[in-house]
Ligand binder design. Structure first.
Ligand SMILES: [Zn+2]
Length: 239
């Protein structure tokens, strides 16, 4: 039965969006999750975002999915994104219940607890890809660009400051009023976060290096919903 399921999935996960659509409509089982490679996981997210952008989201029965996942979950991806109300990962990648671990924090930064959550998602629960997703017009990034200090937010924004400092191309108006500067800092912040995950989590680094997990950054354009992945950032040879 397991082999049959894997062979069926191999047939379903071809190169067309239609095939991905069939796979994506199903609530993920352990067998289905195990059959998904990091490269396939990336394609599932790309095809889901295409559906979102084209307003062709799948008609899932979420109540049925709640029932089907009640005994366990087998998500294929861990997605770190911002708390911004316009950037819900499940929505912009058109995913259902049980499909993704959604880690959300202002400015999509990391800390030990978030790394622990990612390690759980990949090492314990079997997810195949980690996505660090920034977005345009990010308030947290704007705050870091303006060096805002406000309560506990000060410490959070300090984690984005290295990206602000690393941006060297904008010589004038290095503040939130300069949207080009803000978007460049956002992209640098994503790239630095991908690197930091590798540096600070030996568990994830080993899984990425042995090909069992992929990691990639990307930017979400909130005006269109389109996600652009940083293909040059592929750390995993399997992707
Ligand atoms: Zn944001």
């Amino acid at each position: 039965m397991l082999l049959l399921t894997i062979r069926l999935l191999s047939l379903l996960v071809g190169t067309t969006h239609i095939n991905f659509k069939i796979l994506n409509m199903k609530t993920l089982t352990k067998e289905a999750q195990e059959a998904i490679t990091p490269a396939m996981a990336l394609e599932l997210l790309k095809s889901g975002n295409t559906r979102f952008v084209e307003n062709l989201k799948l008609n899932r029965n979420l109540l049925q999915q709640a029932n089907e996942t009640s005994d366990g979950q087998h998500p294929f991806a861990v997605i770190l994104s911002c708390i911004d109300s316009r950037t819900s990962a499940e929505l912009i990648f058109d995913q259902g219940l049980g499909d993704i671990f959604s880690v959300r924090i202002a400015g999509n930064i990391i800390n030990e607890d978030i790394l622990g959550s990612m390690e759980f998602g990949c090492k314990v629960a079997g997810s195949k890809i980690i996505v660090v997703l920034g977005h345009t017009s990010c308030g947290a990034v704007k705050g870091a660009c303006d060096h805002v200090e406000l309560g506990n937010l000060t410490g959070l924004l300090a984690k984005i400051e290295p990206a602000v400092e690393a941006e060297k191309t904008e010589k004038e108006n290095r503040n939130s009023k300069n949207s080009a500067f803000v978007e460049k800092v956002s992209e640098i912040n994503v790239r630095q976060t991908v690197e930091a995950i590798m540096e600070r989590s030996p568990i994830l680094k080993e899984m990425i290096q042995d090909g069992s997990v992929g990691i990639i950054g990307g930017m979400h354009e909130i005006a269109t919903g389109k996600v652009t992945f940083f293909e040059d950032d592929l750390v995993n040879h399997g992707l």
